[in-house]
Design a protein around this ligand. Structure first.
Ligand code: FES
Length: 151
């Protein structure tokens, strides 16, 4: 937890130096008892729950692809696509007009994403306060963690 919290809400956590996080590109970190992955891609930081909403695969090693004009992380476990900015689950349907151009549809927000802020070379994560259940919450729960054998 940040000793020097520059944010009024008091819910932002210092997670590291920009230089180091940018160099590693992916960082797994506990933020207030939540497993979070920090992603640095094309000069922008993103943060989301580390374990995929589908079956808990770690997004730490997922590739990033642009799908339907959205940057998405591709879960290494079953290749589900999750938008980096929103945590939207995307899926493909056949395009009857052009077989080579699939259509993409949204399942809605499935992965909880968190806000990343840079201040003076430091990077802070503000955990999402979006109310209600988001599917990735399961793998942050005691039951979900037990299933993944993580503590
Ligand atoms: Fe991520 Fe299945 S666990 S796609």
């Amino acid at each position: 937890m940040s000793e020097k919290d520059p944010f009024e809400s008091g819910k932002s956590f210092l997670v590291g130096k920009k230089e180091e996080l940018a160099e590693s590109k992916r960082t797994s970190i506990m933020v207030a008892d939540r497993f979070v992955v920090i992603i640095y891609h094309q000069g922008v930081f993103y943060a989301m729950d580390q374990h995929c909403y589908h079956a808990g695969g770690s997004l730490l090693d997922g590739d990033i692809e642009e799908i339907d004009n959205k940057l998405c992380i591709v879960c290494p476990k079953h290749k589900y696509k999750i938008s980096l900015a929103e945590g939207e689950g995307l899926y493909k349907i056949p395009n009857s007009k052009d077989k080579d151009q699939p259509c993409w549809r949204s399942k809605g927000i499935k992965q909880r994403v968190h806000k990343v802020t840079e201040v003076d070379g430091n990077v802070y994560v503000t955990l999402s306060e979006t109310p209600g259940w988001i599917d990735s919450d399961y793998y942050q729960s005691e039951k979900g963690r037990a299933e993944l054998k993580i503590e």
